[in-house]
Ligand binder design. Structure first.
Ligand SMILES: [Zn+2]
Length: 255
């Protein structure tokens, strides 16, 4: 992967946003690869579709590339709120490729993939509707709340201008591929409980440690009255999938 953009492609363009769009699209076509299979390149979708930007010609995984000139923070501005929620519920959301490019050197500084199976209503936030004087008055956009995802759901492809090995990226993606088969609500729980476990910051933990996140999980899932049983169910699922181990006497281990 070459992190540098091909500046020749921007000749003839004047506005900075157009230049950024042309350069990042061109860079994506030449450098993005499939994280779900071994395909070396992704194919750009040229149908002006608002949702998918690239697709894998082999396994058909879809990708959306979003870029910004500032470093990736807690939130990432995405498109319309309602279609995003609908695409998550119907399992049609694409994998998100979030690019922070350097607007001086014109290169990829950081690129993260959020696997589509980690997207749930917990990490999508509605923005304020556009004001009545705006061209699209009342339109509601959304933010992807990155800090709401466990680190497993934010996989670096480029980190501080260094490309991570593709095999490493694919292994991280593949580890949680089992979530693809789950319904969106259950996937959301898996991601949220995993995030709670990761937030403990230790390899070994107890059930009570995770129960400490009961309030936060209740806020994310207001319609569910049985938070503790849900936590136990998800820990069991993560054990069945080899992500955590039960050590006995209420002790768990995660790697
Ligand atoms: Zn593929």
């Amino acid at each position: 992967m070459d992190i540098h953009f091909d500046l020749k492609k921007s000749e003839g363009y004047k506005s900075l946003s157009q230049i950024a769009r042309v350069l990042t699209e061109d860079w994506g076509r030449k450098n993005l690869y499939c994280v779900s299979c071994k395909r070396e390149r992704l194919e750009p979708l040229r149908d002006n579709s608002q949702v998918y930007d690239y697709a894998c010609g082999n396994c058909e995984e879809k990708y959306q590339l979003k870029s910004q000139r500032k470093p990736l923070g807690d939130k990432f501005v995405d498109s319309a709120y309602a279609p995003m929620i609908e695409s998550i519920r119907t399992n049609k959301a694409p994998n998100l490729l979030l690019l922070h490019y350097d607007p001086v050197d014109y290169c990829a500084a950081n690129l993260v993939v959020v696997p589509r199976f980690f997207l749930s209503t917990s990490c999508i936030e509605a923005r304020n509707p556009l004001s009545l004087t705006a061209r699209r008055a009342g339109w509601v956009g959304c933010n992807i709340v990155l800090k709401q995802l466990p680190p497993d759901g934010r996989i670096p492809i480029v980190h501080d201008r260094l490309a991570v090995k593709a095999s490493e990226v694919r292994a991280k993606y593949g580890r949680f591929r089992f979530m693809m088969g789950e319904k969106s609500e259950l996937r959301g729980w898996t991601a949220d409980v995993l995030k709670a476990v990761r937030a403990l910051g230790k390899k070994e933990f107890r059930l009570d440690d995770v129960y400490g996140f009961e309030g936060e999980l209740e806020r994310l899932h207001p319609l569910n009255a049985h938070i503790k049983p849900k936590i136990r169910q998800q820990l069991q699922l993560l054990r069945d999938r080899g992500v955590i181990k039960f050590k006995g006497n209420g002790l768990y281990k995660i790697s």
